[in-house]
Design a binder for this molecule. Structure first.
Ligand code: BGC
Length: 756
């Protein structure tokens, strides 16, 4: 198909029309030129296809076709398993083919800046590397089926409060290191067909008309080739948006914005080539789908089974003392909490799926062991009922072990608004405390999309985080609880002790239309580690029913340069008595002391299946970027020369092996001597050493440091003299010595010459 030729044949009106939807879910067709109508649908963890576009909405209110709800982003990211999320993508891609959906609206990859964001359940992680790797694998999965994705929401859409109008105010280094990489990695490793721009502004400019974002960074720097679509209703000024690189407005604009585009081209304010380019990008993708579309069958029963298999790999065993889990088949176990029969497994809003089937936990568990059940509290609200409490306690007394099914009711977290606190419903906390008084053998299962405070955490023996694990959650949960499956999920986010501890607590969600990202690069574990703070459960944490060890760590490299690839190898052994999957995490710490940096950052991970006693060698590759920070001085990624430590572990707080390595830098930070340069800055450049000794130090002899009979006083005055010298700009030497301005300028010149 010659798309350029096709664009040439279109009228101005047809081209403008192509740049907005026909209705809620379709792009426009042009019959005259055989451009067909194609459909897009939500995402990300299953299909929300609203067959009746008249009844379309972006809040998950009206019905969609029945489909299969897979584990949400919060859960599937915890699998730390690229192949798993890829295969989930493949299945969703097949479903799109079967349902004639050209693009699925996901993955949603915004960074979890605060646990309060109402949409965290859809998002992947607080860590940009993990989010990027998982996003790329999901996309590769979906797109292998010849349908596209729309990675969203680009960018800095990390809260629901004022999401359509507010401005995310962040500095460039923070944006590049924390909020961009999930998108960047996805673009570079998986070529998403489309990108969805977010509602919010970034440093004052709407994402939907932000040329720096949509053209300079996304296309020129990262090489994005597809089309950008707006989030539903994100367009502010349509013509500005088109100029900035926002190709498709969704949903329909009622014709108004199409007319504005036509006018702008006619009166010369919008170059027609810009419009042509947008249309070309849209048609490229439209026909990429159209030419390979093949239909198929949406086998819901089969996909439901798949959803159960995926769910098993996502659950995170947070605590397991006195072997409370797995549950023995021969003991009486009390299940308490309505979530046991009505699990919460998905969140509210545009990702809400009309489920084909829902598996509860109680039914399969009853086939595995002897279960007593009491509702205890309702799954959908915070309401305490004395009779239900009594019954629950009676049940807990009769059983040898208790499993409480706790979690957040639907209304506690959803798209559209943020949580105001991190607590579970009061009735649940209260009942857990009461149960602990009558039976100490208690494990808690959690159904929630984001961290909650757990005032009882130190007193219960087990905690299993099931997150929002999709419609087949019950089947998977019963298998994990009874040890038919071994949990292998790890936290993709930190669980803080309390809301007040979170990095952006003082600034979230912002005031007067501005969300200040004042914590900068210190999100999640980067913050807690830097401050040496205690957390409830650290990033990367997750237990198993077996044990693993890491040994024999090795680093292989071809050379010392920052651009030479680094291979890290280690042996992982299953030292326990069950088969299980280990997640080996690789973190890098910068020891060069060049810039303010986190204690360590995740730069690699791999998941391996090991039978009891089995040992496997894992291997991870690092590149320049693994060591680099974003230097605004260089406008580039920069790995300073010096020492780094590579660490391997099973969580950010459980490091089992480490090795230091030294890099030679390929690049240097720009440095020019002028009268404001300090003596200390000069001293950081070894090539200036002899000149400093010869030309600068003699001038500074006046600051010799005191000689005092009192040793302590002498030490202070020496320190002070040294500090004075170190922080003294060349310009100031004039005030303290008899050097003239002219001499000092000449000195700057000589120093610059010596630098070359
Ligand atoms: C959401 C998007 C979603 C779109 C269409 C918006 O409100 O932010 O994630 O894809 O609606 O439903």
């Amino acid at each position: 198909m010659d798309i350029k030729k096709l664009v040439n044949e279109m009228t101005l009106e047809e081209k403008a029309g192509m740049c907005s939807g026909k209705d809620f879910w379709h792009l426009k067709s042009v019959e005259r030129l055989q451009i067909p109508e194609v459909m897009v649908s939500d995402g990300p963890h299953g299909l929300r296809k609203q067959a009746d576009a008249e009844e379309g909405d972006h809040l998950g209110i009206n019905d969609s076709i029945t489909a299969v709800c897979f584990p949400a982003g919060c859960a599937v990211a915890s699998s730390f398993d690229r192949d798993l999320i890829r295969s989930m993508g493949e299945t969703i891609g097949e479903e799109c083919q079967a349902e004639n959906v050209s693009v699925v609206l996901g993955p949603a990859v915004n960074i979890k800046r605060s646990p309060l964001c109402g949409r965290n359940f859809e998002y992947l992680s607080e860590d940009p590397y993990l989010a990027g790797e998982m996003a790329a694998s999901y996309i590769n999965g979906v797109q292998s089926r010849d349908v596209g994705v729309s990675i969203k929401h680009f960018a800095l859409n990390n809260q629901e409060h004022e999401r359509m109008s507010g401005s995310s105010e962040a500095d460039e280094r923070t944006i590049r290191e924390i909020y961009f990489p999930a998108f960047e990695t996805a673009v570079k490793k998986a070529d998403p067909w489309t990108v969805m721009c977010s509602y919010n502004r970034i440093n004052g400019t709407f994402a939907s008309e932000n040329e720096w974002l949509l053209t300079k960074v996304l296309r020129d720097e990262w090489g994005f080739k597809g089309y950008v679509m707006s989030d539903w209703g994100a367009v502010n000024d349509r013509v500005k948006g088109l100029e900035a690189g926002m190709d498709l407005e969704m949903p329909a604009s009622g014709g108004d914005n199409d007319r504005l585009i036509v006018e702008a081209v006619k009166n010369g304010t919008l170059p027609e080539e810009k419009l042509d380019l947008a249309v070309e990008r849209i048609l490229n993708i439209l026909f990429a789908y159209e030419e390979k579309k093949r239909g198929g069958v949406f086998d819901r029963a089969k996909d439901h089974k798949k959803a159960a298999e995926i769910a098993e790999e996502c659950m995170v065993l947070l605590k397991n003392e006195e072997s409370i889990l797995p549950l023995p088949k021969k003991e009486k176990v009390a299940f308490i909490g309505e979530f046991a029969e009505k699990p919460r497994f998905q969140g509210g809003g545009s990702s809400h799926i009309n489920c084909f089937a829902i598996s509860d936990t109680l039914s399969p568990a009853r086939e595995m062991g002897e279960i007593l059940y009491a509702k205890g509290f309702p799954a959908d609200r915070d309401e305490e009922n004395e009779k239900d409490f009594e019954e629950a306690l009676k049940c807990a007394r009769k059983a040898e072990r208790v499993v409480v099914f706790a979690g957040l009711p639907d209304s506690f977290e959803s798209e559209g608004y943020d949580r105001s606190h991190m607590r579970l419903p009061e009735c649940q906390n209260k009942l857990i405390e009461k149960i602990l008084e009558v039976n100490p053998r208690v494990a808690v299962v959690l159904h929630n999309g984001a961290p909650v405070e757990m005032p009882w955490a130190s007193r219960v023996q087990g905690i299993l985080e099931a997150y929002l694990c999709g419609e087949a959650v019950g089947t998977a949960l019963a298998r994990v609880l009874f040890g038919e499956a071994n949990p292998s999920g790890h936290l993709a986010e930190t669980f803080p002790l309390r809301l007040e501890d979170t990095p952006c607590y003082p600034y979230f969600p912002g005031k007067r239309g501005k969300a200040y990202y004042a914590e900068g690069i210190f999100t999640g574990y980067r913050y807690y580690e830097k401050k040496g703070m205690e957390v409830l459960f650290p990033f990367g944490h997750g237990l198993s029913y077996t044990d693993f060890e890491i040994g024999n760590m090795k680093i292989e490299r071809k050379g010392q340069k920052d651009t030479d690839p680094v291979t890290v190898l280690a042996d992982v052994t299953n030292t326990g008595s069950r088969a299980g999957k280990a997640v080996v995490q690789l973190y890098v710490s910068d020891r060069t002391d060049t810039e303010v940096r986190p204690e360590k950052e995740l730069k690699g991970f791999v998941k391996v299946l090991l039978s009891p006693g089995e040992k496997k060698t894992v291997r991870m590759e690092l590149d320049q970027r693994s060591f680099a920070y974003y230097s605004t001085e260089l406008s580039d990624w920069f790995a300073p020369e010096g020492e780094y430590v590579v660490r391997l572990g099973f969580s950010s707080a459980d490091i089992r092996a480490e090795q230091a390595i030294t890099l030679e830098a390929g690049k240097k930070l720009p440095f020019q001597v002028d009268p404001t340069t300090t003596v200390g800055e000069l001293m950081e450049h070894p090539e200036l050493k002899s000149m400093i000794e010869e030309k600068v130090m003699p001038i500074l002899a006046v600051f010799g440091g005191g000689e005092d009979t009192d040793a302590a006083k002498e030490a202070v005055s020496r320190e002070m003299a040294e500090a004075m010298v170190r922080y003294m700009p060349i310009r100031s030497l004039r005030s303290f010595t008899n050097a003239t301005n002219e001499e000092l300028l000449k000195l700057c010149g000589e120093l610059n010459a010596a630098l070359k």
